[in-house]
Design a binder for this molecule. Structure first.
Ligand code: FES
Ligand SMILES: [Fe+2]
Length: 338
């Protein structure tokens, strides 16, 4: 199914007002890094200690600055003819023109950049209109945090990826024996509401025994768990309460393009707090992601179709969280695809 260019452009426009994760802070050290966001090539660099994002395009003859060098920790130098840019994006050295003024137009476009949770975030709009997706457990000592991980890129749009984490009625089908039990396909009762510009949903269900829901001896085959999901249009934080304690998955999706999504993810837990246990939790998460991936990548159309089109036949009450999320995107003017 072809996607009209104007729909893609409108989608990029709408998402450009949000902060998007683009790289690990730890990866931005001595060399520049080329990344893609909303199909735009960006170069990231750490200049004078600050993470900066520029258009990945030298003002001289258009070479990619991401294949250049960071010089003395403060300038980004193009590999082609050595033009150097400071952290504001202004050209400060043209080796073939030394001793003469540098043209005023010799600068590259700089985008808003921030660092939070060990991640570099970029907003492409003139003024960011939203916050970075909150992750309160990051600094909460009650929680042990696993390492930052990335998944993908998946061949799917961001809303499809977020909805895969929001939707629980697929658990018995896609994650049998881990998150759901095929003998119990009845959906839980969902509550969905808005708060402080975010969407929240909660539900209680029975989940098969695994490390994230139970601990100790004599674990029951099925454990009662309550999820509370906190959403922004591009991220989800799943807070799961169970006999084991509180287990959190935080996922921020980066729209590399309209049909490619890279996920930055953390796990946090109040129990089983040893870092030596992290690989077991990572393996579980990897398995779940790999079960989701082929299904999500198979979904069409790539961007969500408008609710009014009835191209997706939601059922109530099971799909209430998905319907609410999609309605919310429509209210926010995030375009859909027919
Ligand atoms: S293209 Fe970058 S210095 Fe010439
Ligand atoms: Fe899933």
């Amino acid at each position: 199914m072809r996607v009209p260019e104007d729909k893609i452009e409108a989608y990029y426009d709408a998402l450009s007002a949000f902060w998007h994760p683009v790289a690990r802070s730890a990866d931005l050290v001595e060399s520049p890094l080329g990344v893609r966001l909303l199909d735009r090539r960006l170069v990231l660099a750490r200049l004078e200690g600050e993470a900066v994002a520029f258009e990945d395009l030298c003002r001289h003859l258009g070479a990619a600055l991401s294949i250049g060098d960071v010089v003395e920790g403060c300038h980004l130098r193009c590999r082609y003819h050595g033009w150097s840019y400071d952290r504001t994006g202004r050209c400060v050295d043209i080796p073939a023109r030394r001793g003469r003024p540098i043209p005023r137009e010799a600068k590259v476009r700089r985008f808003h950049t921030r660092e939070a949770y060990g991640i570099v975030w970029v907003c492409l709009a003139g003024e960011p209109q939203h916050d970075i997706p909150p992750f309160p457990e990051y600094r909460d000592e009650e929680f042990h945090k696993g390492p930052l991980r990335t998944y993908g890129p998946w061949r799917a749009s961001v809303p499809r990826v977020v909805m895969a984490a929001l939707d629980d009625t697929h658990f018995p089908w896609v994650h049998p024996g881990i998150l759901g039990d095929p003998s119990q396909p009845d959906p839980p009762e969902h509550e969905v509401w808005r708060e402080d510009g975010r969407l929240l949903s909660t539900y209680t269900m029975l989940q098969p025994d695994n490390d994230t829901v139970a601990s100790g001896e004599d674990r029951p085959a099925l454990e009662k768990v309550t999820y509370t999901n906190h959403l922004t249009p591009t991220s989800i934080r799943l807070v799961k309460e169970s006999a084991a304690g509180t287990y959190v998955i935080w996922q921020a999706s980066s729209p590399i393009s309209w049909d490619e999504t890279l996920v930055f993810s953390y796990q946090a837990r109040t129990f089983d707090r040893g870092a030596d246990r992290d690989p077991d939790y990572e393996r579980l998460q990897d398995e779940i992601q790999e079960q989701d991936r082929p299904v999500v990548e198979s979904q069409r159309p790539w961007l969500l179709p408008p609710l009014s089109s009835r191209m997706m036949l939601y059922i109530r009450p099971a799909d209430l969280p998905l319907i609410s999320y999609q309605k919310w995107l429509e209210e926010l003017g995030i375009p859909q695809q027919l």
